[in-house]
Design a protein around this ligand. Structure first.
Ligand code: 2P0
Length: 320
């Protein structure tokens, strides 16, 4: 049995939309993320007489399991092996937080499954493999700040992530605004947006400049510049969903209340910038010294169900 751990990551410059490919998860745009220390997935893979998937102690037999078995097929094809496997995963996230991430899940599975089938891929090839399970998983192979290249090749061989070097230290304060499940899964949400939103073309056209700005901000260890471009990328992504047909949105009333509180904090002189993903929670980027005060302010907002301060996390690793 081989066990691997991978951490969740949160995009600062977002991945939203795919270019056509046969199940390869080739992104329409590059993206830039921060891997978090607090949340992640631990996955064990052992060769067995049939494919099975256990998640948080329960047997899974739905589409989620099919995605895992299809992923095992990819690994078996790479390894030239045919044996089946038993996959056991535990998500280390706050209960029912809506933060359970396919990013850490497929990064951990990529690492554990390749080793279980006798493969030792380098980080670039692991990232390419993890991407095929879930796009954002390409980034969770690495720790800290990570750039996922869009790439241009149809076979996806240049669409991999890499870690970025920076002296910037930062925190993400994760503010949970509901304990319910999200309404529109990100895969469906981005597909619907790309095919119906007139804003999607503008998203794709203006995205490279955001990525360049974020990389320049990291190179200069300039947190305000990084926070500004992160908020811009976030609100632009969510604007594409509003203009889809039919339009949809991930915001809940408490989401808006937290966004307003972030603006107020900034007006009062605290460096705080917000991002949201395909769900109602808000993540606040800030300097390490400001994180405790920002977390306390977030906890006081009516409707907030939990707050966690996250630091940069490490790369995916084998644990057993
Ligand atoms: C991101 N999200 O960059 C963006 C921002 C959500 C909003 O990556 O279809 O679960 O498996 O490639 O990776 C979520 O999308 O989608 C995501 P698939 P994934 O983090």
């Amino acid at each position: 049995m081989t066990t691997a751990w991978a951490h969740t990551n949160i995009a600062l410059v977002k991945y939203w939309g795919k270019r056509p490919s046969a199940g390869l998860n080739l992104p329409a745009v590059g993206s830039l993320s921060l891997t978090l220390d607090r949340f992640g997935t631990e996955t064990s893979v052992e060769i067995a007489d049939h494919d099975a998937f256990l998640l948080d102690g329960h047997d899974v037999e739905n589409n989620e399991a099919q995605k895992v078995f299809l992923f095992l097929d990819r690994v078996r094809a790479l390894a030239g092996r045919t044996e089946k496997a038993r996959v056991t995963s535990t998500n280390h996230v706050p209960t029912a937080a809506g933060l359970a991430s396919s990013a850490s899940a497929f990064a951990a599975l990529a690492l554990a499954a390749t080793r279980a089938y006798g493969l030792h891929l380098d980080d670039k090839d692991l990232s390419i493999l993890a991407r095929q399970g879930s796009g954002s998983a390409a980034r969770s192979i690495f720790g800290g700040f990570v750039l996922w290249h869009r790439g241009t090749r149809d076979d996806g061989s240049d669409s991999c992530a890499e870690p970025l070097t920076t002296s910037l230290d930062a925190r993400l304060v994760v503010v949970r605004t509901t304990s319910g499940k999200k309404e529109t899964a990100s895969t469906q949400g981005m597909e619907h947006t790309a095919s119906t939103s007139p804003f999607f073309t503008a998203w794709v056209d203006t995205h490279p400049q955001d990525l360049r700005d974020a990389q320049a901000a990291l190179a200069a260890a300039d947190l305000p510049r990084l926070g500004e471009v992160m908020e811009h990328s976030t609100l632009k992504m969510h604007a594409t969903t509003l203009a889809a047909r039919p339009g949809f949105f991930y915001f809940q009333p408490t989401t808006i209340a937290v966004l307003q509180a972030v603006k107020t904090l900034r007006a009062q002189g605290t460096g705080a910038w917000a991002t949201m993903d395909a769900g109602p929670h808000v993540k606040i980027l800030c300097a390490p010294d400001d994180a405790a005060a920002i977390a306390a302010a977030a906890k006081a907002i009516p409707g907030v169900v939990g707050v966690d301060v996250c630091a940069p996390g490490s790369a995916a690793r084998i644990t057993a």
